[in-house]
Structure formats: C-alpha cells, structure tokens
Write a protein of this length. Structure first.
Length: 230
C-alpha cells in the first residue's frame, strides 16, 4: 500500500464551472511534490508512520542536515503521518497529487485564522444588551456571569472574552473539482480553514466516489472519395 496523504499550502479561492454550467466555490492548494524523509515502524519506534518533506530549503542546521542525508534534498517543512498498514514507499520517494483523481474526497486539516483577544459577541455570538432605556454602553457587554450568593463564584467554563481563532480544524469530505499536475495545484470544493499560505494536511477520505471523466469529443470522420460508377 502506498501513502495517500500529502502536505499542501492554501493559495486562494476561485469559481469553477462544470460541463452543465453549474458553478462551485473552490479552494486552491499548492501541494507537493513531497519527498519521504523517514519511515517509522512499530518494531523500531513503537508505531508506524511516514515523514514527508515539503518546500526545498537552501540552508539548514547540522542536525536537520544529518536527519535528511538519505533523502534527495533539504526541506523547510517536515510532517509526520500515522499509518495503519505497511507502506511500500521508501526514503527519497516522491509523493505528489498524481495519486488523487477528480471526484475523489479528501480531508483537510489546518489552523483557522487567528483573531487575537476578542469579546463575547465576536467570539461566542452573544446577542448583546438592549439598545434602549438608557443602555448607551451595554450593546456588546456579556451580561451577568455570577450566580448569587450560592455558590457565590463564577462557574468554570463560562463563555467569556479571550483569545479567539488559531485552532486546528479538520474539514471532511471535500470533493476534488480539478487537478493541475503540471503546476501541482489541487482545487477542492468548499472552504478550507486558514489564511493564504496556511499549511494544510490532506488525506484521502473513506467516502466512496465516482471518478469524473472528461468528455471525449468525437473526431470528425474523414469522408471517403466517391467513385463515379459508369
């Protein structure tokens, strides 16, 4: 079994029209080529995993250079993927988006945009206070957080102001709308968390699919010269 996971970067978004004229929002990801830098086994490391390198690095320190001496280059980003079965890939092998097909579903894992310190209205979608009867400064206030003399304290887990965003999410079953093998671009239906240049980990979903085939144009048949019968 070969690895069906890869590292990518979010580039932007666009709209793709299918053959029937239907438009779909697509997220553009630049993925690979990645290279296998390490293979871990249950016998030597306690678990099975494959480490991939992404984006070539011109300069790196000695420990990382020694770690990647058996691979085909030095890489800025190293990510490890757990696997359940034995992998046929070897150190130095290239992994690219050629293993995926149109119509296949992928799971995308990335970090959402960091919003900094945010209030309760933005962070938790609180309604806010009334805008009448002299309430001039309570429009975005959280309201009461206590519970009287019993228990006389703020209960743990209350939704309050704080750091918002920058959390890891996994969006499942995103359909592949198009593949650009020449430029290593993959177009996924829907949204992927994060801003531009956010690192995204892609993995094949277990959802069944039917590969999308490009319509084949019928080539005009050459007409045979007609013979004059005498």
């Amino acid at each position: 079994m070969s690895l069906n996971k890869i590292i990518a970067k979010k580039i932007g978004s666009t709209t793709i029209f299918n053959n029937s004229g239907e438009s779909k929002h697509a997220t553009i990801l630049k993925s690979g080529p990645c290279f296998v830098t390490q293979i871990k086994t249950k016998k030597s490391d306690g678990y099975d995993a494959v480490q991939l390198g992404f984006e070539t690095s011109k300069k790196t320190n000695k420990p990382m250079s020694g770690h990647m001496k058996n691979s085909k280059g030095l890489y800025k980003i190293l990510k490890e993927f757990r696997v359940n079965n034995e992998i046929s890939n070897k150190v130095g092998d290239q992994v690219d988006i050629g293993m995926f097909v149109k119509g296949q579903y992928l799971n995308a894992t990335s970090k959402s945009k960091g919003r900094g310190f945010s209030g309760t209205v933005r962070r938790w979608n609180f309604k806010g206070g009334p805008k009448t009867h002299g309430q001039s400064d309570r429009h975005r206030a959280p309201g009461s957080i206590g519970s009287g003399s019993t228990p006389g304290k703020v209960i743990k887990g209350k939704k309050m102001s704080g750091r918002y965003g920058g959390e890891q999410f996994t969006t499942k079953n995103l359909e592949i709308l198009d593949l650009d093998l020449e430029n290593n671009l993959i177009y996924l239906s829907g949204s992927v968390p994060g801003a531009s240049n956010t690192l995204v980990l892609l993995a094949a979903s277990n959802k069944s699919f039917t590969p999308l085939e490009e319509p084949q144009r019928d080539e005009p048949k050459a007409e045979e010269p007609q013979r004059d019968e005498k």
